[in-house]
Design a protein around this ligand. Structure first.
Ligand code: ADP
Length: 469
């Protein structure tokens, strides 16, 4: 069985968030003697592209809206990332410094058409086409409706929704960019008067998955306008919890860490990472260190962080470190706190993969006050690295974290996204930190939880098999 994952992101090539981690790990865990799982993604003008070499496997012309571009399909020549990876290189459209930009409609439309054109040329077609998020959402539609892709109609398609907030909407003026289809089917790509690639994929894919079971249920009530569609299509929808790549995210072998450790030497290993963080960011090592890593957007509750931090720092003897970027106003407010709380608060506004690993390996607590959290990977990395997650019980956070007040608990949960509830949860964290014997017991329990992809990869394989028969 040949699985082809189609995605805008894939770790370690191009990462903006959890989508990259999932697409960079799942194929490794799916591949076995009978299954080969590969990925195709755009070629970006990023660090990975500059540092590696590629080989052209296919080259042709792509015509979109009367405009002709040359495009190439490349493979990686010098490196093994654990699975076969292909790149779509369209120099004037896709080869940007960043994964996402403001002309994404044209860029990802071209990407999707190029992928299907290329599949058409393959002698061995994929058994399953697995699309990820709205950037690949028109693929199931084009495979079933576009005349030129008629022979792909019988290939089952799976859509995984990593985040339903973003749907890739564009105006009907651009419908002519899609290869010819019976215009009577235009309703299939429409949702509320716009072309909606995510809605189109939910309608056309043979199976729809979300990245946690709770998120699947929540989407039927709140999906940025797609609630009714998801309820209507619920028979083909299922939630499969994401896993983590235990090869990349392992504190014993993680090259990014200052000190490696396992459960047996967790105290000394984590101490080295925390010391490094405190020195680098001018924080007091003796105080409990709370951290936040992520996109500074409303979904993550980031707009409340400046007020939360101010309140908590005035009230408690704690240190706080933030790593993230997003809304300008939030970035500014978070930066402004640095001088006011010098010595107990710091922030790195930007993206830094290495720093994120050291934070998981050194911070005592990881904050995730999310309003929406389809799965969340941060809390799973935190568990594996022994940093106690403080989470709002929603989506994947609800499926993975049990509060310490429960018998088998190992994290701290709150129900609402308010300054009061978040700071209350942080206070509970301080109390836990003061009870070091309980803190250490919980840490050991967390680190022993298996969130690797093993179980979830099998669930996906069962889904593929059910579609093939
Ligand atoms: P998202 O909604 O952003 O996809 P996830 O929890 O699923 O959230 O995944 C976030 C991933 O991105 C994690 O691997 C996290 O460590 C990483 N990440 C987020 N922001 C940053 C940042 N500023 N620097 C480094 N890594 C980051």
């Amino acid at each position: 069985m040949e699985i082809l994952h189609i995605s805008a992101e894939c770790y370690p090539i191009a990462k903006v968030g959890g989508l990259a981690d999932v697409v960079g790990a799942l194929p490794k865990y799916q591949s076995n003697s009978t299954i080969s799982s590969q990925v195709i993604m755009p070629l970006y003008n990023n660090k990975f592209t500059k540092e590696n070499t590629f080989e052209t496997v296919y080259e042709t012309k792509l015509t979109i809206g009367g405009k002709v571009s040359i495009y190439r399909i490349l493979t990686l020549k010098n490196k093994d990332i654990g699975f076969n990876i292909f790149f779509v290189d369209i120099p004037e459209l896709l080869f940007n410094d960043f994964v996402y930009s403001n002309d994404d409609t044209d860029r990802f439309l071209a990407f999707q058409i190029a992928v299907l054109d290329w599949i058409m040329t393959l002698n061995e077609k994929p058994t399953i086409v697995h699309c990820h998020d709205h950037h690949t959402g028109l693929i199931p539609f084009m495979m079933t409706q576009c005349k030129k892709f008629k022979i792909l109609r019988s290939i089952p398609t799976v859509l995984t929704i990593h985040n339903a907030q973003y749907q890739g909407w564009f105006s009907h003026n651009k419908v002519s960019l899609i290869p010819e289809f019976n215009i009577e089917s235009v309703g299939v790509i429409d949702w509320d008067g716009s072309v909606n690639p995510l809605a189109a994929a939910i309608k056309c894919a043979w199976k729809v998955t979300t990245v946690s079971p709770s998120y699947m249920e929540e989407l039927k009530l709140n999906a940025n306008g797609l609630e009714h569609l998801l309820s209507h299509e619920s028979a083909k929808c299922v939630g499969v919890l994401n896993g983590i790549d235990a090869e990349v995210w392992n504190p014993e072998t993680d090259n990014y860490l200052v000190g490696n450790y396992s459960v047996s030497n967790v105290q000394s290993g984590r101490k080295m990472n925390k010391k490094w963080l405190c020195k680098e960011f001018n924080l007091d090592f003796e105080k409990p260190l709370f951290a936040f890593i992520g996109r500074l957007v409303g979904e993550k509750g980031a707009d409340l962080l400046p007020e939360v931090f101010k309140y908590a720092l005035e009230k408690e003897k704690i240190s706080i470190l933030l790593l993230g970027s997003g809304h300008d106003e939030v970035e500014e407010q978070l930066n402004d706190l640095i001088d006011a709380f010098s010595g107990s608060y710091n922030a790195f506004i930007g993206y830094d993969e290495r720093l994120s690993h050291i934070i998981y390996g050194g911070a005592d607590f990881l904050l995730m006050p999310s309003r929406v959290e389809p799965c969340g990977l941060n809390q799973m990395y935190a568990l594996k690295y022994g940093s106690v997650p403080i989470v709002r019980s929603i989506g994947g956070l609800k499926d993975t974290i049990i509060d310490i007040n429960e018998e088998e608990g190992f994290g701290i949960c709150h129900d609402e996204v308010t300054v009061h509830e978040i700071t209350n949860a942080m206070e509970r964290g301080v109390a836990l930190y003061q009870d070091q014997s309980k803190f250490r017991k919980i840490r050991k329990k967390m680190m022993g939880i298996d969130h690797s992809w093993n179980a979830s990869a099998l669930e996906y394989i069962d889904i593929y098999k059910s579609l093939k028969n």
